[in-house]
Design a protein around this ligand. Structure first.
Ligand code: GLU
Length: 551
């Protein structure tokens, strides 16, 4: 064999020139500052909320900058793959209303001009890049067997030197062309390694968009770039894909930070500019005063199914994730109560370096606000969709009484201070069920009265109300005045303030009286606005309910 070109052809016959792919996937014509970002999961069957976190960030940044959000499937480790893993990922993203601009749309197909977007479908592309590296003497075939490598490792361990395939240990680096040719012709199995030019004594300075300035020793390992099955390693696929897909920012978990020296050397060997990197700290959880990563095994909320099952609207989960992504989000939301999250300006460099804490109470709180901003139709549709999957009984309730349900859901909605008592669809039934006569009236009610709990007194209040004051056609002002009149008539203060000034003068105040009516009407002490409730229930229902309560 006369030279490395010939070697490259021998190793990778029938593989196109790298320039073919560079022409096929030209630089993108995007406006200045546009970010090209990607979510690049492996189809292992489990989608961690951390993946949704990354995707929310990617999708937001792409939208914000008129860039591109790509879904790339990294399936080069075929041992870890599960059936329907890609569809699982796409479904999970869809549940959070995340629709990548380019990428896989099902197990086999994709959309976008920079595909295929599944690494196992890109084998020739990686080989083409590896081929050029071989021709340039920056990569070489390695014939070492697993036993050779194990033995080498043992030697390194007992001599207490750094393990790995590098420098003098990288034996296949020095094979002559003829030796290589012979091994290949004998059918020996090989992999392709990078010929590292790095020096561990030297430091690289790097700026990570999230972590800031960091430095670390150069890579000196001859890492594997193509495995014996012809597929690339993660490292090599990352470099080739993010170059050809013209990624501007690699946003990924910070478990990859330690691989950065390898990646930077790969970009250098390929002779192309690396993308910017933003390494995201994992979402953390506090347990017994200590912080740990949100864990797939221990924490149900780590799995995306949790959010669908509980019925936490995707808008809420997204808003919560933005909230932990940028700490100034909260302030922005306070100043822009009804704005769409699209208007928030997300900044990578404002992300937490050490990992935000997952806080369920905060998430549910945000969810209450998000739901409070929905119209009654939105609430109906989303709750109905959730119930169709998870709660047959609620589904029936909503479905058989659609018009009425819309009125129930419309209580204290669409006004200045909308009701904030619903955090998730799985709470909804409990929150509205008492509004349906067939459920409320047919159930044995336990009325737990509060300040006023003497049976005779309760009866008197309700009877007097029904006889003298109740008129469904009253407007809210008149209605409230009548409750005050009722209070006064029975010896209660018209205003809480009056009562506080002279408590000995009264039996109680208007609030105590209206609580009696509220409990008699609904079976509960806390409800949304009672006037609105009565209006939705209607005259007959109000009467029946009040009469039932004093029976
Ligand atoms: N496939 C890698 C993972 O599952 C992707 C890391 C990256 O975004 O580059 O974590």
């Amino acid at each position: 064999m006369k030279d490395y070109n010939e070697l490259a052809n021998l190793l990778f016959p029938n593989i196109k020139d790298r320039s073919y792919y560079e022409e096929k996937y030209p630089e993108r014509k995007l406006k200045e500052g546009a970010m090209v970002v990607r979510f690049a999961p492996s189809p292992t069957g489990f989608v961690h909320i951390g993946g949704i976190f990354t995707s929310v960030i990617c999708s937001k940044l792409a939208k914000q900058t008129d860039g591109v959000f790509i879904l790339r499937i990294e399936d080069t480790d075929q041992k870890r793959e599960v059936e329907n893993g890609v569809n699982g990922i796409i479904d999970a993203l869809r549940k959070f209303n995340l629709y990548p601009d380019e990428g896989m749309v099902n197990e086999e197909e994709s959309h976008g001009a920079y595909g295929p977007y599944k690494q196992s479908q890109r084998k020739e592309i990686y080989q083409s890049f590896a081929k050029k590296l071989v021709a340039e003497k920056r990569a070489y075939p390695c014939f070492c067997k697993q036993e050779d490598l194990d033995e080498m490792r043992k030697k390194q361990e007992s001599a207490k030197i750094k393990p790995g395939y590098y420098g003098a240990w990288a034996t296949c680096r020095n094979l002559g062309l003829d030796e290589i040719e012979e091994k290949i012709k004998n059918g020996e199995e090989f992999i392709i390694r990078l010929k590292s030019m790095g020096n561990e004594e030297k430091k690289i300075k790097h700026h990570d968009v999230i972590k800031g300035n960091i430095d670390f020793p150069e890579n000196d390992q001859d890492i594997v770039i193509i495995k014996s099955d012809g597929l690339p390693t993660y490292h090599f696929a990352h470099a080739v894909d993010d170059y050809l897909m013209r990624t501007t920012h690699v946003i990924r978990g910070d478990e990859w930070l330690s691989s950065l020296p390898v990646h930077l050397e790969l970009f250098q060997a390929l002779g192309v500019k690396p993308p910017k990197y933003a390494h995201i700290a994992p979402i953390m959880k506090e347990e017994d005063g200590a912080k740990r990563k949100l864990s797939k095994r221990k924490d149900p909320e780590a799995a995306v199914e949790y959010y669908s099952k509980e019925g936490i609207p995707s808008d809420a989960a997204k808003e919560y994730l933005l909230n932990i992504a940028n700490s100034n989000f909260e302030q922005w939301r306070r100043q822009n109560k009804t704005a769409s999250i699209d208007e928030f300006d997300l900044q990578l460099n404002k992300m937490s370096v050490s990992g935000a804490l997952f806080d369920m109470i905060k998430l549910l709180d945000i969810s209450k606000s998000v739901i409070s901003r929905y119209s009654k139709e939105q609430v109906y549709d989303l709750a109905y969709a959730w119930a169709s999957e998870y709660d047959e009984d609620l589904k029936n309730l909503l479905e058989t009484n659609k018009e009425y349900s819309l009125r129930v859901l419309g209580i204290e909605r669409g006004n200045e201070k909308p009701r904030k008592d619903i955090a998730k669809w799985s709470d909804l039934k409990e929150n509205i069920e008492y509004m349906y006569d067939d459920r409320f009236l047919n159930k044995e009610q336990e009325y737990v009265y509060q300040n006023i709990n003497d049976k005779e007194e309760v009866r008197k209040i309700i009877n007097t109300y029904l006889e003298k004051y109740f008129d469904i056609s009253d407007d809210k002002q008149i209605w409230f005045n009548k409750i005050k009149d009722l209070s006064e008539e029975l010896g209660y203060a018209r205003e809480v303030k009056e009562y506080k000034q002279n408590p000995e003068k009264y039996k109680g105040h208007v609030g105590d009286v209206s609580t009696v009516i509220r409990i008699a009407l609904t079976g509960r002490a806390n409800t949304p606005d009672m006037y609105e409730i009565m209006q939705v229930l209607g005259k007959d229902s109000v009467k029946t309910r009040l009469e039932k309560a004093i029976k």
